[in-house]
Design a protein around this ligand. Structure first.
Ligand SMILES: [Zn+2]
Length: 459
């Protein structure tokens, strides 16, 4: 923390989560509306300020998901993405208008390479289109964000001109995307500083960062942006996103919290829910977290070397810069067995990203006791399989009775996967009774990317 500053004095950085939009665009990370809603509720518990719920014009499924999240997640701002056109803005607004705090997020590429080869428009036309789209959105919604796509490869004086124009047109947040993950921390920080120095009216808006990780610099670039005046960071759980991903939310939040002596800022994120959010996303998308992933990876708090273990036992501060509890990693010393009560079971489920109604917990507890009787120590992977079995049973029941329906029939892929291997990889299967040998596991996934090919680009 900066000298003389109290915790309360530290400026708040707005955390804009785009797991459900940019993250969901990455291969293998498609989610259906029901899964998106579940994750949005976890993001709400986590305390993020803005949830970008989707790209409503991209598909009916995306539209439905944004609409459903807007009507049921009431605390955070709910954003929907739109290209700079009346049709897109209208569609975004139709999906968002039921939100307690709606935000229309418009993007338009500004780099010469995008203008020439993708959009085939001149700089003048780009400037006009950006201004018109923001002005139109402003007639519908007070909160409008604008992103000049590929900002970091845009001619800087032209970028300043566009930013000034959209501020005049009424934008309240201006996001600076490093769309292709090309920038470096000093360069990105300098760009944010130049905007602050050159653009009239910049003090009236929030400047935001949106960094991609193609060179592994997304988090460093975002933090450099913050140090040069950005007050919103766009990021995703587990760093998922186009290509190499986005800046990882958990890394941004914990870097600012653990190194508050270097970053005089904080966020409203309740970091003890980070692990649960990460697990829930991995569980929904079936994309496991790499073991050495900072903050929430399986090995992030594991100490194997003898000398490290010795140090840890004497004093955890020898090798630990933050506690596992501070990010919600379950206490591995708490072993679940047949003597564990319902409360301990509910707590561990919550830590793994699952919250249950009483009736569901009853069923999970009943099966847990039977399992614990058989295998003595119930590991997290066992518990996740059990949860998956129970919830897939309950979801299909509620679907039968006219509850939440999938917009599209899920495609299925049959992958021969030994049950034990799937458990070890943190993948849950819906096979009711594993024989221990290889089983045909049917993994359902909704693939609406096929119908939104034109929209795979974004900020
Ligand atoms: Zn992006």
């Amino acid at each position: 923390m900066l000298k003389g500053m109290t915790f309360m004095d530290r400026p708040r950085i707005i955390i804009f989560d785009t797991t459900l939009r940019d993250g969901e665009q990455s291969p293998g990370c498609s989610m259906n509306a029901q899964e998106k809603l579940r994750l949005a509720q976890q993001l709400d518990r986590l305390g993020v300020d803005v949830i970008e719920a989707g790209f409503p014009v991209a598909s009916d499924g995306d539209f439905e998901a944004v609409k459903r999240i807007a009507s049921s997640v009431r605390r955070p701002i709910i954003a929907g993405l739109a290209r700079a056109s009346i049709g897109d803005v209208d569609r975004a607004w139709q999906a968002l208008q039921g939100a307690a705090h709606p935000r229309i997020h418009i993007f338009l590429a500004t780099s010469d390479i995008h203008l020439k080869y993708k959009l085939r428009i001149t700089r003048e036309q780009c400037l006009q289109q950006a201004r018109d789209a923001v002005r139109y959105a402003k007639t519908l919604c007070a909160d409008v964000e604008f992103s000049p796509e590929d900002a970091t490869r845009t001619h800087v004086p032209f970028l300043c001109q566009v930013v000034e124009a959209v501020i005049e047109a009424g934008a309240t947040t201006v996001n600076i995307p490093d769309t292709v993950g090309y920038s470096t921390p000093d360069e990105f920080g300098q760009l944010i500083r130049i905007l602050h120095e050159k653009v009239n009216g910049i003090d009236k808006v929030v400047i935001s960062t949106h960094c991609h990780n193609d060179l592994g610099l997304a988090v460093a670039n975002s933090l450099a942006g913050v140090q040069n005046g950005a007050r919103q960071v766009e990021c995703t759980i587990n760093g998922i996103g186009e290509r190499a991903g986005n800046a990882s939310l958990e890394e941004i939040v914990m870097a600012m919290r653990v190194r508050s002596d270097r970053y005089g800022y904080d966020t409203a994120v309740a970091s003890e829910h980070l692990y649960a959010a990460s697990q829930m996303l991995a569980d929904i998308t079936r994309v496991p977290v790499q073991p050495n992933k900072a903050i929430i990876g399986r090995n992030a708090f594991a100490h194997e070397a003898g000398i490290h273990q010795d140090g840890m036992l004497k004093n955890p501060l020898t090798y630990e810069i933050m506690t596992p509890q501070s990010v919600g990693v379950p206490d591995s010393r708490l072993v679940l067995g047949k003597h564990s009560g319902r409360h301990a079971l509910a707590l561990r489920c919550e830590q793994l990203g699952h919250q249950f109604e009483r009736r569901e917990l009853d069923e999970i507890y009943r099966r847990f006791v039977i399992l614990a009787d058989r295998i003595k120590k119930v590991q997290d992977s066992h518990l996740l399989e059990l949860i998956q079995d129970v919830s897939s049973g309950m979801i299909s029941n509620s679907e039968m009775s006219g509850g939440l329906k999938r917009k599209f029939q899920p495609a299925t892929a049959s992958i021969p996967l030994p049950r034990a291997a799937s458990a070890a990889a943190g993948v849950s299967s819906s096979v009711a009774n594993g024989s221990g040998g290889p089983a045909q596991v049917t993994i359902p996934f909704t693939d609406h990317h096929a119908e939104q090919e034109d929209y795979l680009w974004g900020v």
